[in-house]
Design a protein around this ligand. Structure first.
Ligand SMILES: [Zn+2]
Length: 113
């Protein structure tokens, strides 16, 4: 049997759950009430063009990207615009978030929303 990489971690709202990809560590909140996904990273649909985002200068050329549920997330960005983004960021285990939290712990300063 194929091992499931995508794990449902916890309930974070009336109809919202936090999911995490056990391989890449990326955490995403899916809100069933709005149909929206929330993460702390900039993302585009997998039907979009990562190459285009980089060519146009929206994403850095050396950005690291991971796929999750129909979207490509640029883990070298940190974009928090609501509470669910923030919770996703606190629970994201991608290499960029682990490094970000380590740096915050060292400086004693954390990102504010
Ligand atoms: Zn992350």
């Amino acid at each position: 049997m194929r091992q499931t990489r995508i794990q449902r971690i916890m309930k974070v709202g009336e109809s919202a759950w936090l999911w995490r990809d056990s391989k890449t560590g990326i955490a995403v909140i899916r809100d069933g009430a709005t149909g929206l996904g929330h993460s702390c990273h900039a993302n585009i649909s997998t039907t979009g063009s990562v190459r285009g985002m980089k060519a146009l200068g929206y994403w850095a050329k050396d950005s690291r990207c991971v796929r999750f549920g129909g979207f490509v997330y640029n883990i070298d960005t940190y974009v928090v615009s609501d509470a669910y983004d923030e919770v996703a960021g606190q629970n994201c285990m991608c290499p960029a978030c682990i490094a970000r939290r380590a740096k915050e712990a060292q400086s004693g300063v954390s990102a504010c929303a």
